[in-house]
Design a protein around this ligand. Structure first.
Ligand SMILES: Cc1cc2nc3c(=O)[nH]c(=O)nc-3n(C[C@H](O)[C@H](O)[C@H](O)COP(=O)(O)OP(=O)(O)OC[C@H]3O[C@@H](n4cnc5c(N)ncnc54)[C@H](O)[C@@H]3O)c2cc1C
Length: 248
């Protein structure tokens, strides 16, 4: 163990979207920052891997524009390398391309069920604050209005894509809050180099602003003093190293 701990204003554990965003904001605020990541790459669950010569995203694909994320890149003058699709979302169903931006959800659902107007009214009720009871799942909620299998498949697909869960697991409240109240992702895009490209860019920006990022460096121990986090033990190059905050 390195007995002389290196001192940082902040040690960020994990170089995923959360950790790198926090580190970017800290270095932008002129703090001395160390990011430690147990894997050999950045991005966490929003990253990409090379598989059989292809760049494969292993988690997040659609990246929101115009929000806090883009603002964070801006703080370090790192360009956000995102290609916005136009039209934003289409469904390919039974060989037909359905552009939801043009006709809205009503048009999409109206292709498959006579109950589309009723479902549309329920989306409007949700927007007005009238949400289903907390225990009702998205599947149960939808089953009240239609049994059409394609409509259920669309909702199941949305639950899987956005919440990484099944329609009988996602509460209808969460589904409606996301899609009806918050309006979901209004603008989003994809990084042409795979999602990891964004994190490599932000990691470079953090380094250029004076931050350090250690890869293949798992934190093995947290240290506390008077109930506050005071430092970490990190394995780096086969040896235990200690990184601490400045003495109070
Ligand atoms: C299949 C799937 C699809 C998704 N699609 C989208 C999408 O299209 N758009 C979107 O915005 N979001 C999407 N998400 C959600 C998004 O990927 C996550 O919300 C986000 O990546 C989480 O980031 P995080 O930093 O909180 O956690 P993580 O990405 O999990 O990062 C945590 C990091 O900490 C590291 N770590 C853990 N323990 C230690 C330790 N002891 N020492 C050092 N390092 C450690 C891990 O290796 C990891 O890199 C998707 C998620 C999944 C799973």
């Amino acid at each position: 163990m390195n007995t002389h701990p290196t001192v940082y204003d902040a040690v960020v554990i994990g170089a995923g979207a959360g950790g790198l965003s926090a580190a970017a904001r800290l270095v932008a605020a002129r703090r001395k920052v160390l990011v430690v990541e147990s894997l050999g790459r950045v991005g966490g669950r929003a990253s990409s891997e090379q598989i059989d010569g292809f760049t494969v995203n292993i988690g997040a694909i659609a990246i929101e524009r115009g929000g806090v994320f883009e603002e964070t890149f801006g703080l370090l003058n790192v360009p956000l390398d995102i290609r916005e699709p136009s039209p934003a979302t289409v469904f390919l169903i039974d060989g037909k391309v359905i552009n939801v931006a043009k006709g809205g959800w009503g048009m999409l659902l109206g292709t498959f069920t006579k109950q589309a107007a009723k479902i549309g009214t329920k989306f409007a009720d949700a927007r007005a604050g009238d949400l289903p009871e907390a225990k009702m799942s998205t599947k149960e909620w939808l089953s009240q209005y239609t049994k059409n299998e394609t409509v259920h498949a669309i909702f199941r697909n949305l639950c899987a894509a956005i919440f990484a869960a099944n329609d009988d697991e996602v509460p209808a409240r969460a589904f409606l809050t996301y899609f009806a109240v918050k309006g979901a992702f209004k603008r989003f895009g994809f990084c042409p180099r795979g999602t990891v490209g964004l994190w490599n860019d932000l990691a470079d920006g953090i380094r250029q602003a004076g931050g350090e990022i250690w890869l293949d460096a798992p934190v093995t121990q947290l240290h506390t003093q008077d109930g506050l986090a005071s430092g970490v033990t990190v394995m780096k190059d086969g040896a235990a190293q200690r990184a601490s905050r400045p003495a109070p």
